[in-house]
Design a protein around this ligand. Structure first.
Ligand SMILES: [Zn+2]
Length: 447
């Protein structure tokens, strides 16, 4: 599989910043040559939190010492009041300053989501290269050139450089906390629905679609076959399949030039939970765990869509019932509170006039069969997705994420307001069925 990964990296090198990816068992001590080739001479800043240092810090330090390579350690501390670190502006600045203070020529992240994103952005701001030694197969963002950053209390996605080199040691990854492994599976199992979202958006809105990215997604899905039930036993081959699939998913996003191949309405639900968690101090879970439950909601909504008879859609009454923008904006103010300004930036341009909504609905009815056929190409049933998540012990209910029933319903109903990407949530809203189907989804998927 590493060969296929490297093949795609070479084939699409114009669109992918990552130069080298090594995947295998017990490979950290042998990875000096590839790291040095990509990160260059001079001291490196090795960045980890206490958990990720324990997972892989020692072999990284020993490998550098064995080659006489100068390095400095930077420890990422947990966010005050939180169990884990959060990638936020102050932390990125601390890391960047440490890089400059020690005159480090490059950054080396030892970690997964948070540590990787912190070093990506710090190195980007310092104008230096970085690489990552992954410690958990928890998400597909290793290869991406964007970082998820908490900025002034609002969770944002900001462009930066991608790692030049990624070392994914399957032995280390297999020993990651089980919830992180389940999160990686959840992030990947969104594909059947996020690809349907992408396909209907291409049909209804002319969003660019990429057959090349879809080919890589298919390859990633093949790597994931039969993996889920073997994850609780930390089966090395299964973890290897998960890692391969996560890396391929990341490459597909780079090739498509957007996260659309791997992110649709289910991700909006997760982003909603993250956003409100940090701004309003409410509970949240790991990215992929939230995405997994969001995926079951999307699959449920596609099943409702399939049962829906478009000839029964009363376009006149749907259009008449549309609130004007200022009324809807009042609702957003009430629902989002301090996040309102951040949300309105996306929600306002997406909010249609009555004539615009009428046009949209006529188009949707006209394109109905083709739209469903496009969606069907990648869709799977809610039950099969749920069975797969469950076989790995991953969360399948909103309650498992620690969030209230009300907040889960709002995540479904208002997820559409927080990003400018058309998904099944937007389609249901246009049809006027989002509230109702969302309530049904909660009945089924809350506990
Ligand atoms: Zn994701």
């Amino acid at each position: 599989m590493t060969d296929i990964v490297q093949e795609y990296l070479d084939k699409h090198s114009d669109r992918i910043d990552v130069e080298a990816i090594e995947i295998g068992r017990d490979i950290i001590r042998e990875s000096y040559a590839v790291l040095a080739e990509q990160l260059g001479e001079g001291p490196w800043l090795v960045v980890a939190d206490s958990n990720t240092w324990e997972a892989a810090g020692e072999p990284v330090g020993e490998m550098l010492d064995a080659h006489g390579h100068d390095w400095h350690r930077f420890e990422v501390e947990a966010q005050p009041g939180h169990e884990h670190p959060v990638c936020r502006d102050e932390l990125i600045e601390d890391c960047r300053r440490a890089m400059e203070r020690h005159d480090c020529r490059a950054g080396l992240a030892v970690g997964s989501g948070t540590v990787n994103d912190t070093v990506k952005m710090a190195a980007h701001r310092a104008g230096r290269p970085m690489g990552v030694v992954g410690t958990a197969p928890s998400m597909n963002g290793y290869t991406s050139s964007i970082a998820a950053i908490l900025s002034d209390g609002v969770k944002t996605s900001q462009p930066c450089g991608a790692p030049r080199v990624i070392i994914a040691d399957v032995e280390v990854m297999a020993q990651a906390p089980m919830r992180l492994i389940q999160s990686g599976l959840g992030d990947l199992l969104s594909k059947p629905v996020s690809n349907s979202d992408w396909a209907i958006s291409a049909r209804l809105n002319g969003t660019p679609h990429s057959a090349e990215a879809m080919e890589i997604i298919e390859e990633g899905a093949a790597a994931l076959q039969g993996v889920a039930p073997k994850l609780p036993g930390r089966d090395r081959e299964a973890v290897r399949g998960l890692v391969d699939s996560l890396i391929l998913s990341g490459i597909a996003m780079s090739v498509a030039g957007s996260s659309s191949p791997a992110s649709g309405g289910e991700h909006l639900i997760s982003h909603y939970i993250d956003m409100t968690a940090h701004a309003l101090d409410q509970p949240y879970d790991l990215h992929g765990c939230q995405v997994g439950v969001g995926t079951l909601n999307s699959a449920f909504m596609y099943e409702k869509l399939r049962e829906f008879d478009p000839s029964t859609l009363d376009i006149d009454s749907r259009v008449d019932a549309l609130a004007d923008w200022s009324t809807y904006d009042d609702l957003l103010k009430e629902r989002f509170g301090p996040l309102h300004d951040a949300v309105v930036e996306y929600a306002k341009p997406a909010y249609p006039s009555r004539s615009r909504l009428r046009e949209r609905l006529e188009k949707i009815v006209d394109q109905w069969d083709g739209m469903l056929a496009d969606a069907e190409q990648t869709l799977r049933t809610r039950q099969s997705l749920e069975d797969e998540l469950r076989s790995a012990g991953a969360p399948t209910r909103f309650r498992d994420l620690g969030i209230s029933k009300d907040r889960a319903h709002r995540a479904i109903v208002h997820g559409k307001d927080i990003r400018n990407r058309y998904t099944i949530l937007h389609l249901c809203w246009e049809l006027g069925t989002l509230e109702k189907w969302g309530a049904e989804a909660i009945e089924l998927l809350y506990d």
